[in-house]
Design a protein. Structure first.
Length: 159
C-alpha cells in the first residue's frame, strides 16, 4: 500500500504549475529523441559521440517527462540530475573543445540550438521536485471525532 500525498503532506509533481513543466519536458523529449534517432540512423559515422549524446539526452528527457507526469520522484530526481550534469558537461566541452563535437547535440553550447531551454529546465525541475516534495505548512485537520471537533460545534437549541 502506498502513502498518499495527503498523508505525506506533499503535492504531486504533475499538478498545478508542474503541468507546464511536464509539457515543456514532453516537447523537448519528443524533439531530442526524434533528432537523436534520425542522426544515429542516418549519419552515425560522421559524429558518433555527438549523435549518441543527442539520443541519450532524448531518452533522459522521456524518462524525466514520464516521472514528473506520474509523480515518480525516485525516478525524476536522478533523471533531472543526470540532465543537469549532462547539459553542463557537454555544454562546457562543446565550447572549450570542438573536436569531440563536430556537429551539435541537444546539450551543445548549453542548449543554444533549443533557446537555452535545456540549460534552464533541469534547474526548474530540481526546484519543482524540491518544492512539491516538502510537507505543506498547513496544519492537519483532526478527523478522529476528538474533543477539538466537539468544541467547535454550535450550541444545541433543543433545551
Amino acid at each position: 500500500m502506498s502513502v498518499t500525498h495527503v498523508e505525506q503532506g506533499t503535492r504531486p509533481t504533475g499538478s498545478g504549475p508542474g503541468r507546464l513543466l511536464v509539457a515543456v519536458y514532453g516537447v523537448l523529449a519528443l524533439a531530442a529523441t526524434a533528432r537523436g534517432i534520425y542522426q544515429v540512423a542516418t549519419k552515425l559515422s560522421d559524429a558518433p559521440v555527438a549523435y549518441l549524446l543527442s539520443l541519450f539526452a532524448g531518452i533522459v528527457y522521456v524518462v524525466a517527462t514520464f516521472a514528473l507526469a506520474t509523480d515518480r520522484r525516485r525516478v525524476a530526481w536522478p533523471a533531472v540530475l543526470v540532465e543537469m550534469v549532462g547539459v553542463l558537461t557537454v555544454g562546457t566541452l562543446s565550447v572549450v573543445d570542438l573536436g569531440e563535437f563536430p556537429d551539435e547535440t541537444v546539450w551543445s553550447g548549453f542548449g543554444a540550438g533549443y533557446g537555452y531551454v535545456p540549460l534552464v529546465l533541469p534547474f526548474l525541475g530540481v526546484w519543482w521536485l524540491w518544492r512539491t516534495g516538502r510537507p505543506s505548512a498547513e496544519p492537519a485537520v483532526p478527523t478522529d471525532g476528538g474533543a477539538d471537533d466537539e468544541a467547535h460545534e454550535p450550541p444545541s437549541t433543543l433545551g
